[in-house]
Design a protein around this ligand. Structure first.
Ligand code: TYD
Length: 219
């Protein structure tokens, strides 16, 4: 596969959406096709599953894990792999680590959750996982929580530790970025990590940022 697969992980409210947009813009400036996507909900079927998982009534924990895995299986097979095969960069909001942390850890389902997702994706591993790490999410980001956030997000410290533990197992494939910095400083750290990961897989790095005001250019 000639494309580049980068995933953003982290707790709720750490700024994944903003950073994904900024990175996508920088990759596009280098002339690449970029696919911005997310789990759950990156496909039409995925949007239905997202609705069922996050905004419906009670879902048994194992059913919840399988619904995330079903979303993932369809998303990877029909959207992500085809994009990587035609050489695109895929910038994705959440992947297997979220299942390991929320269903495996917070829901207590354990390591089998990772194996279910590996089966679902036929073992697709990101070139780089950016973990946006933040000790606590500012009050201003507090908002209406979905069911999964309400039920599993309570122990933010545990969720943070679980993500950090996954990153420390494979430091060469992860970039842990301090998400409590300003948006521009987080973006600069992400950029350095992506640039080095692109080079590592033999692709051209990101175009040089212009010195001064807006490193990402005008939207
Ligand atoms: P996300 O799309 O990041 O939520 P939002 O856009 O509202 O910030 O994630 C959706 C929720 O689903 C979030 O609470 C984390 C949870 N989640 C899991 O529990 N397991 C998974 O495998 C994934 C992908 C997400």
């Amino acid at each position: 596969m000639s494309g580049f697969f980068v995933v953003f992980e982290g707790g709720d409210g750490v700024g994944k959406t903003t950073q994904i947009e900024l990175l996508a813009r920088a990759l596009r400036a280098g002339g690449r096709e970029v696919v911005e996507t997310r789990e759950p909900g990156g496909t039409e079927l995925g949007r239905e599953l997202r609705q069922a998982i996050m905004h419906g009534g009670h879902v048994a924990p194992r059913a919840e894990a399988l619904l995330y895995a079903a979303d993932r299986a369809h998303h990877i097979a029909t959207k992500v792999r085809p994009a990587l095969e035609r050489g695109a960069a895929v910038v994705q909001d959440r992947y297997i680590d979220s299942s390991v942390v929320y269903q495996g850890g917070a829901r207590g389902l354990g390591d089998e959750v990772a194996r279910v997702s590996e089966w679902a994706t036929e073992g697709l591993v990101p070139d780089l996982t950016v973990l946006l790490d933040m000790e606590s999410v500012p009050e201003r980001l507090a908002r209406e929580l979905d069911r999964v956030e309400r039920e599993t997000g309570g122990d933010r410290a545990l969720i943070r530790e679980s993500f950090l533990a996954l990153a420390s197992r494979e430091p060469e494939r992860y970039a842990v970025v301090d998400a409590s910095q300003s948006v521009d400083d987080v973006a600069a750290d992400v950029r350095v990590a992506v640039d080095s990961a692109l080079t590592k897989v033999g692709l051209a790095g990101l175009p040089a940022a212009h010195a001064g005001v807006e490193p990402w250019g005008t939207p």
